[in-house]
Write a protein that binds this ligand. Structure first.
Ligand code: ZN
Length: 227
């Protein structure tokens, strides 16, 4: 099982602390940080060096998660996201520019990344090629992880929506999903920074982590190297 913390950036520092607290309470000692290099264009990591130092001290796997984490509000994707699908409808040039820009910011603060997860898990037809051009090894989507050189690993994501109606539905169905996901050898729990603002969600995450304690924690890097 992979535990992913989504939307890690200085803006959500407080939320990050309470989620880390929750993980330590559940005795989770391995998780992946999905880091946003420049959240909304105002949270450039190289301007928040204390935050970067804190992240490095956690000594966990870091995955790049978008560049700005904002995108067009597209009615077609309304059920999946609202304004977070950064890569929806971008052309090749802009896709490359954002990936390159994000990676450059991370390089500046000496963070090396090999994997990428697009915001809201929404890709576009250029994304994978441009990721490879920038030497990324793989990408994570909602249902599978893809190693660019070798294979796909099917591993569904369990997550809570942050939009009110869907949020309610996903709370009700989370334990049902968890049962369904029993057939998958690898599942991922996507804990979003915003979940920290909802006590009910935190309680549910604790329950879900407890229910999954027969699973071994694993990182993207370990999964891909093992196959
Ligand atoms: Zn995100």
């Amino acid at each position: 099982m992979v535990i992913e913390l989504h939307d890690v950036c200085p803006y959500y520092q407080k939320e990050l602390l309470s989620i880390l607290d929750m993980l330590y309470c559940c005795e989770v000692n391995k998780f992946s940080l999905l880091l946003i290099p420049n959240f909304k264009g105002t949270n450039r990591l190289d301007k928040y060096l204390d935050f970067v130092e804190f992240i490095n001290r956690l000594d966990q796997e870091i995955i790049m998660h978008g560049c700005y984490h904002i995108g067009k509000k597209d009615i077609k994707y309304l059920l999946l996201t609202y304004g977070e699908g950064e890569f929806i409808g971008l052309d090749r040039f802009e896709t490359f520019r954002r990936l390159d820009n994000g990676k450059e910011i991370l390089n500046k603060v000496q963070i090396d990344v090999k994997y990428f997860v697009p915001p809201a898990w929404i890709s576009n037809k250029f994304l994978e090629e441009e990721l490879q051009r920038l030497n990324f090894s793989g990408v994570g989507y909602r249902w599978y992880l893809k190693d660019f050189n070798r294979f796909k690993i099917y591993s569904p994501v369990l997550t809570f929506s942050n939009r009110s109606v869907l949020s309610f539905l996903s709370k009700v169905t989370s334990s049902i999903f968890l049962k369904l996901f029993d057939i998958f050898s690898v599942i991922r729990l996507a804990i979003h920074m915003k979940d920290a603002r909802d006590d009910e969600k935190i309680t549910l995450w604790k329950k879900i982590i407890k229910m999954s304690n027969h699973r071994r924690m694993i990182s993207y890097g370990e999964l891909f190297s093992k196959g």
